[in-house]
Design a protein around this ligand. Structure first.
Ligand SMILES: C[S@@+](CC[C@H](N)C(=O)[O-])C[C@H]1O[C@@H](n2cnc3c(N)ncnc32)[C@H](O)[C@@H]1O
Length: 340
């Protein structure tokens, strides 16, 4: 078994987080047993990364990891073997990776509403770990990301090769695999995940279980930008995604969070996703948002639904013992689906 996550429990030592040892053991096991047809190709790409001086400048739209490589062309080719790069931008060994998403746009919407100074953070559905670098840059003590998509874990490992020993981890896990004893994070984030879950209440219960009393939840998700309590349940696809189970209004979402036991629930940002934020690039050559919008009316998706609007919700876990009362316990494992 590898020791990719050996630094995780030490990075959380002295914090309120419990269960770090069982989490890292589970992550090592999952990493060792990952199944994907492209895994050998990705592992060869990781093995071909050049030795560079590790370093990091994290407070950038494109975090700059590692000193410039001697042969940038060769490094670019190696990193391309980890295509598609969805979340970024990133600069690895001097190579600029223009990802599908300008995730820095999302970070700029989220960051003003988070105080991460000295915080332990759990980022559920973290993608390739881009936001973890930004969170460290904003003062977080340690960021534990989980994401079940093997390629994103490989992309994180490539980034970590250049960054060196920084406490930003991406573990190959779903929320439903989080160990029962994992608890006590100062901040828990879930961005772009809730609409992929058939049972959103179960997702919220799991997020709550990992927060310390008084801790902060940051939830970012697709919403229906209208007043009231509706939830759009797309029949078939939504913006060509097969796995969008529900898109609530902000009001409905706030109610779901309160039902889960969160307090001080606020919608702190609402933004329509633009084709400047999500588009195809050399580093993500498949179709993207422009192909998912109605060419005659970009306020609609190609299926005729309202085009994507995303909300940032912030909420708190109550202080003290009452925090555990009256909320749903996380349920049994469910099937989850592809990434977007
Ligand atoms: C739309 S992406 C969002 C990535 C990133 N958080 C962001 O906001 O850009 C959704 C991510 O959730 C992951 N995901 C899907 N189901 C999940 C689950 N049950 N638990 C944790 N992550 C999940 C996917 O692999 C994917 O990386």
């Amino acid at each position: 078994m590898s020791d990719v996550y050996a630094a995780l429990a030490p990075a959380l030592a002295g914090s309120t987080v419990t269960g770090a040892a069982s989490l890292s053991a589970l992550a090592e096991h999952e990493l060792a047993t990952l199944g994907h047809g492209d895994l050998p190709r990705w592992q060869q790409a990781l093995a071909a990364l050049p030795a560079v001086v590790t370093r990091s400048e994290l407070d950038h739209g494109a975090p700059r990891l590692g000193a410039p490589a001697d042969d940038p062309g060769a490094l670019r080719d190696t990193l391309m073997r980890l295509h598609p790069w969805r979340k970024g931008p990133l600069c690895l060994g001097g190579v600029e990776i223009d990802t599908e998403w300008r995730s820095d746009f999302k970070w700029d919407r989220v960051a003003p509403h988070l105080d991460l100074d000295g915080h332990t953070v759990l980022d559920v559905g973290c993608g390739n770990g881009y936001f973890g670098w930004r969170m460290l840059g904003a003062g977080a003590k340690c960021v534990v990301g989980i994401d079940p998509t093997p390629l994103f874990v490989m992309q994180w490992r490539a980034q970590a090769h250049f960054a060196g020993n920084l406490p930003n981890f991406v573990l190959p896990l779903k929320d439903t695999q989080l160990p029962c004893d994992l608890a006590g994070f100062d901040t828990v984030c879930s961005m772009g995940v809730l609409y992929h879950r058939r049972d959103p209440a179960d997702h919220l219960a799991r997020l709550m279980a990992c927060l310390r009393p008084g801790g902060t939840l940051l939830l970012e998700t697709l919403v229906l930008d209208q007043p009231g309590e509706a939830v759009m349940v797309p029949e078939g696809r939504y913006a060509r995604m097969r796995n969008v189970w529900g898109v609530p209004t902000p009001g409905n979402l706030a109610g779901q969070l309160e039902q889960a036991g969160f307090i001080d629930v606020e919608c702190v940002d609402l933004a329509r996703t633009t084709v400047a934020e999500q588009r195809s690039t050399d580093w993500m050559r498949f179709e993207s948002l422009p192909e998912c919008l109605d060419p005659d009316d970009p306020s609609l998706t190609v299926e005729g639904h309202p085009a994507p609007v995303r909300a940032v919700m912030r909420a708190k876990r109550e202080q003290g013992e009452r925090a555990a009362v009256g909320r749903r316990q996380p349920g049994r494992a469910e099937q989850t689906t592809k990434n977007d």
